[in-house]
Design a protein around this ligand. Sequence first.
Ligand SMILES: Nc1ncnc2c1ncn2[C@@H]1O[C@H](COP(=O)(O)OP(=O)(O)OP(=O)(O)O)[C@@H](O)[C@H]1O
Ligand SMILES: [Mg+2]
Length: 290
Amino acid sequence: MNDGSREGSGTAVEAAADSLHVRGISVHFGGIVALDNVSMIAPACQVTGIIGPNGAGKTTLLNVLCGFVKPEHGTVSFAGRELGRVRPHQLAGLGIARTLQGIGLFSGLSVIENVMVGSTSLARAGFWSGLLGLPRSDADERRLRDQAEQALRLVGVADHADAKPDTLAHGLRKRVVLARALVARPRLLLLDEPASGLADAELAELGELITSLARTCTVVVIEHRMDLMMSVCSQIFVLDFGKVIAAGTPEQVQADAAVTNAYLGTDIAAEAGADQADGAVPDAKESSGG
Ligand SMILES: Nc1ncnc2c1ncn2[C@@H]1O[C@H](COP(=O)(O)OP(=O)(O)OP(=O)(O)O)[C@@H](O)[C@H]1O
Ligand SMILES: [Mg+2]
């Protein structure tokens, strides 16, 4: 990690150990059971998917993985280290990065400055002290800027480095969000709906990018776009009302009747063919209560 490269043989060995273990996680918000005894393993350098209807608990699970939400029960460990007491600001130092559902870029900063914010843990003086003109800031700023440029190149938006995020098309802004997560060279990358708002034509490129990231990084991705998930995930966990109701390869999950039922909110096995009459294939269940 700290040699700036993840391509040498040493980092490959290190990456092989970078699996994520989630055991028996439960979270309640008041009377709402957001997660109910959720367990999963995300193997190193593979893409693990999490799907489920709206309100199923997907984002809550990501929030637990990165320490934003403390579970009432259960443990999370990454690369053999339990993350129980990790504070969000310590994540980058542990090699963990996430993107938020939505965009979440600072509109007052340029694209490259937004990405530099994501790499503050790598700076000796830091981005903010750099802004204040404290010592060492020149060298640090240059280093941060180089790393941010690299990340922007990786996701194909280097040409827009000096633009304000609000002036970019949605698909480009989503890439900037990804660059901000990548700039800290994470070993575990948590993506919450990276494809939301993207046109179908943009999905294939995003899929290739996510697949390429998983060569050196363990990836967990939440997405409603099944076509993307089918192409990038080695395994998928399906949440419904906070429980894992299915897990397996994308093909296994897609063929699982419990999954179809969760999305449709009906027992389609009992209604063979009837669903075609109204053409309803929602990606969200209206009755989830969340
Ligand atoms: N901070 C919170 N306070 C109270 N309830 C919450 C909070 N965060 C989430 N919830 C509730 O927990 C449940 C799970 O929410 P979560 O956001 O994890 O779902 P999700 O699967 O990510 O849904 P979506 O696909 O819509 O993003 C929902 O019922 C939601 O309303
Ligand atoms: Mg969510």
